[in-house]
Design a protein around this ligand. Structure first.
Ligand SMILES: Nc1ncnc2c1ncn2[C@@H]1O[C@H](COP(=O)(O)OP(=O)(O)O)[C@@H](O)[C@H]1O
Ligand SMILES: [Mg+2]
Length: 295
């Protein structure tokens, strides 16, 4: 079985976490072993699932096959350093040398590298049928995705030259190049990875989404779907205030359809409550998928 990866991206507050959780609960209810991971440092999966989650894969209560994890950048850094140093510790058993190596891998990009390394670990996974990434706001995500492209090059060039990279000796991280290359090729493979942008039915949100989608395209990663979230239900359009907003929203949906001609667009209505808890995600799931199985 090949794991399917689904990324949710978009600006803060547009509904990424809500749509990622809606999709995760839907997949789990279809009997798929599903993991939702957030790489957003301002993660709130614990709040929406109303249980403690944190830096460990945790079963969501009330399900038998939905798991969640919030990547903690500090813990990811510790784990990453330990993993790099483990072979050295076996080889030398010399405190001084290990200390030197530790200094070398404590460079400025170690933390970024570590978070990405953790993320790439999931791209190697085969335990889950679906892995959903609830990512940090747009700019940050694209930067993370650009990293392996850079690192791959960086590792290659350093191996030819001084043998030093910004994260320490090349020999220590050489194995990562293969791992990153494999992750990039999965990210670019439409049959393995879906990249979904969430936006609000507003001009600024559309502009931002187009920019982000173009940046991804430059990295060779196509956008597969767009979710326009927060549409006022027609039944509620009974005052001039809501009529005006409703018209604005629909004008922007049309613009989005013209802008993203070949991309599937789904709309999601605005609920009168927050999106939180399994029952609510099942309800939003019915609206989002209208009975359609996610392929
Ligand atoms: N369709 C919707 N109807 C009602 N509330 C929504 C809807 N989508 C999102 N929300 C609420 O808006 C807030 C921001 O959504 P969230 O999914 O956390 O955004 P993001 O992850 O992009 O920052 C949350 O309180 C969420 O419950
Ligand atoms: Mg969020």
């Amino acid at each position: 079985m090949e794991t399917k990866f689904i990324f949710f991206s978009g600006k803060g507050g547009v509904g990424k976490t809500s749509m990622a959780c809606t999709t995760a609960v839907r997949c789990a209810d279809q009997g798929k072993k599903t993991l939702i991971v957030t790489t957003d440092p301002a993660a709130n999966l614990s709040d929406v699932f109303e249980q403690e989650i944190g830096h460990n894969i945790t079963l969501i209560q009330g399900t038998s096959n939905l798991f969640a994890m919030e990547i903690d950048p500090d813990k990811a850094t510790e784990e990453y350093k330990e993993r790099l140093l483990a072979p050295m510790k076996q080889l030398f058993l010399d405190e001084e040398m290990i200390h030197v190596a530790e200094e070398q891998i404590s460079g400025p990009c170690t933390e970024e590298m570590a978070s990405f390394d953790k993320f790439v670990d999931f791209m190697e996974d085969s335990e889950y049928e679906v892995i959903i990434f609830d990512t940090a706001p747009t700019g940050h995500t694209i930067r993370l995705l650009e990293l392996p492209v850079d690192w791959s090059k960086h590792i290659e060039e350093s191996a030819k030259g001084s043998g030093q990279t910004c994260m320490g000796p090349v020999s220590l991280i050489q194995e990562n190049k293969q791992k990153f290359d494999a992750a990039i090729s999965k990210l670019r493979d439409k049959t393995r990875t879906e990249f979904i942008f969430v936006m609000q039915p507003e001009q600024t949100s559309l502009d931002e989404t187009l920019r982000a989608s173009n940046e991804l395209e430059r990295l060779g990663i196509p956008t597969s779907k767009l979710i326009i979230n927060g549409i006022i239900p027609s039944s509620e359009v009974v005052t001039p205030f809501f009529k005006k907003r409703h018209e604005m929203q629909h004008a922007n949906i049309e613009k989005a359809m013209k802008t993203f001609l070949h991309i599937e667009i789904k709309t999601m209505e605005l609920f009168d409550t927050e999106l939180k808890g399994l029952d609510m995600f099942r309800l939003s799931g019915e609206k989002l998928f209208s009975g359609v199985e996610i392929k």
